[in-house]
Write a protein that binds this ligand. Structure first.
Ligand code: AGP
Length: 616
């Protein structure tokens, strides 16, 4: 939801903080701010509404003194509009303390009343400023930032990552986290804190994840982590698997264009090390326990947004190959239901960021009800994998654009690997059947590469449709979640109303939406591999064509049946039915991106969105 960075060391702190915020800006870009204790021991702050570029301009016009200790924040607004006054950092203890926050403090109102009654005043509408004033009051009592944190965290309800500096403690940054991400970057004579490793990857690739209800103190030469009671806790260092350049645009016009093009590698890298002699062996699952997997009788997938559509796609493969029933639930709905889970239920969470609060809370809820949990995640050291029994990492590399693309195809790939591993353990596929699916998987990177070649055709289509006001998407079987994903991409990138339907559902009501000229994308199943479904979808096309719809078909090369009815046919390579989603989604991603570009919109940071929604 917000980007957070902290630093102590001898590098130029302004540059370290601003560089970290630039790499974290995809997490939120309503406002940004930094606080630095300068070399004379004075706390300096600068903050500005708008994207990071506004703060950069502010610092150019009004440079602040540099020093060795600082914190920085880029905000996705929750409490209080995105204004200069509501931007972080917020101050306490007579402006000697600065605090930044990611999350939501749910009980900020009574705390604010308590402080007002004691004569404290507030400049902003934020929950964060209440924490800053509370911490400042505590610092005045105990005279130590870490001790002051330990005193106040017990009074805070909700989700928070808090970082603070105090000018009476130069050379020290203290952080506290509950249900919100925070990782340490270990340097040589310098140390870092960040919402994720992107904050400091250009300086160090050594990282340590901070666990639930922990407090971390960094100086230039030391890192101390305790629980909320002050007891030291064990930490585990990990190496960051990618370098700073991986999170740069690398000459692409946008992160999204770069990440769409990286999808062949995202699939190939996720497959790597998990296929042996035509059989799938996912090492993380072996550690989890093949015997435990063999005992699973039901799977519940929890996720949000695009990740949920990856789950809906994988449902078809898991049920077909492993013959285990799968329910796919939106995390935020599952969390407040009374699901019937048993010890032989496996909950699989899917999350690119590994920090989506809705999904994190769903996982914790499911585990509390007795289920085992495996996470599919693209971010090392993230919270959801740490809370799960096992994690299968996708290796898509950093996904910076808010709209998820390469993580989506990597999630489906990881879920297909899980399904084939489970099928092998359960003996529900013969070796030859498993090898055939593995061969299909291994051919996907090259086939996605081929689909990327439709870029010009899609760009022309998008330009021609740039004044479109509503678009429908149809799909059947595994094409249905792809229709949903295509609609979501268009909504979040081009701000156009779009809706995905199961093609068979159209005549049960939605066909009333069809009027002359209405654009409808149809994900057409293979006439070869889905001989039973293909004619049905062609009939659906005819039904809406007869009512004036403009059909854009995503169809297999050589599918002649759609030609008479579709105004545009975007061809994808031949693939077995369950693998078509990995190909059909690419033109839909590209269309949404090109239409957004045609409308002059920011494809990397769409309005109102954040890359990781770390509040419920
Ligand atoms: C994807 O384009 C969206 N930005 C959004 O739906 C996203 O997939 C969802 O918020 C889940 O995020 P996660 O994968 O990090 O949990």
């Amino acid at each position: 939801m917000c980007g957070i960075v902290g630093y102590v060391g001898s590098n130029k702190t302004v540059d370290v903080l601003m560089g970290g915020l630039r790499r974290l800006e995809y997490r939120g870009y309503d406002s940004a701010g930094i606080a630095i204790i300068d070399s004379s021991g004075v706390l300096n702050t600068a903050k500005k509404a708008g994207k990071l570029s506004a703060l950069t301009a502010e610092l150019k016009a009004h440079p602040i003194n540099d020093g060795q200790t600082g914190i920085g924040h880029t905000r996705w607004a929750t409490h209080g509009a995105p204004t200069d006054g509501n931007a972080h950092p917020h101050l306490g203890d007579n402006d000697k303390l600065a605090l930044i926050h990611n999350g939501i403090i749910e009980n900020f109102a009574p705390l604010r009343d308590e402080l007002l009654a004691e004569g404290f005043t507030f400049e902003s509408e934020t929950d964060t400023e209440v924490a800053a004033v509370l911490l400042g009051r505590e610092y005045q009592r105990v005279g130590d930032l870490a001790e002051a944190f330990r005193s106040i965290v017990a009074r805070l309800d909700g989700a928070f990552t808090l970082l603070a500096v105090h000018q009476d403690q130069p050379g020290v940054v203290v952080g506290a986290r509950r249900n919100s991400p925070l990782v340490i970057g270990l340097g040589d004579g310098e140390n870092f804190l960040g919402s994720d490793v992107a904050a400091f990857v250009e300086y160090t690739r050594r990282a340590v994840a901070i666990g639930q209800d922990q407090i971390v103190t960094i100086t230039a030469d030391a890192v101390t982590v305790t629980d909320f009671d002050g007891h030291p806790v064990e930490t585990e260092e990990f190496d960051i698997a990618w370098d700073a350049s991986a999170s740069e645009k690398g000459g692409w016009s946008s992160f999204m264009a770069k990440e769409v093009s990286e999808q062949p590698d995202a699939v190939a890298n996720t497959l790597r090390g998990r296929i042996t002699d035509g059989q799938v062996v996912v090492p993380e699952l072996t550690e989890f326990g093949d015997d435990v997997l063999a005992g699973i009788r039901r799977i519940v997938i929890v996720a949000c947004g695009t990740a949920a559509y990856a789950g809906q796609t994988a449902k078809y493969a898991i049920e077909k190959w492993a013959q285990v029933p799968v329910d796919v639930e939106l995390s935020h709905e599952f969390r407040y239901r009374d699901p019937v889970l048993t010890a032989d239920t496996l909950v699989i969470s899917i999350s690119q960021s590994g920090e989506t609060m809705d999904t994190l809370m769903a996982v914790k809820y499911a585990m509390a009800l007795g289920a085992r949990a495996i996470s599919i995640c693209n971010t090392q050291g993230a919270t959801i994998p740490r809370e799960s029994d096992a994690v299968i990492y996708t290796h898509a590399g950093p996904e910076v654009a808010v709209a998820s693309t390469k993580a989506f195809v990597a999630q489906i790939t990881a879920l297909y690997l899980f399904a084939l591993h489970l099928a092998r353990v359960r003996g529900s596929l013969t070796e030859a059947e498993q090898a055939a699916q593995v061969a299909e998987l291994q051919a996907i990177p090259e086939k996605i590469q081929a689909v990327l070649g439709v870029e010009d055709e899609v760009r022309q289509l998008a330009r021609w449709m740039s004044d479109t006001r509503a678009v429908l998407f149809l799909g059947r079987h595994v094409g249905f979640p792809i229709a949903l994903e295509g609609a979501l991409k268009l909504k979040e990138l081009a701000y156009i109303h779009a809706e995905g339907f199961a093609a068979g559902e159209l005549k049960h009501g939605p066909i009333a939406l069809i009027e002359p000229g209405q654009p409808v994308f149809v994900v057409v199943p293979s006439p070869r591999g889905s001989a039973h479904l293909h004619p049905k979808v062609v009939s659906n096309i005819q039904e809406i064509r007869a009512r004036g719809a403009r059909i854009i078909a995503i169809a297999e090369v050589g599918d002649a049946a759609v030609l008479p009815f579709a105004e545009t046919v975007i061809h994808i390579p031949l693939a077995a039915p369950l693998f078509e989603p990995l190909l059909a989604v690419v033109p839909l991603q590209m269309f949404a991106m090109e239409l957004a570009i045609a409308k002059g919109l920011d494809v990397d940071q769409p309005r109102n969105l954040a890359k990781s929604v770390t509040v419920e």
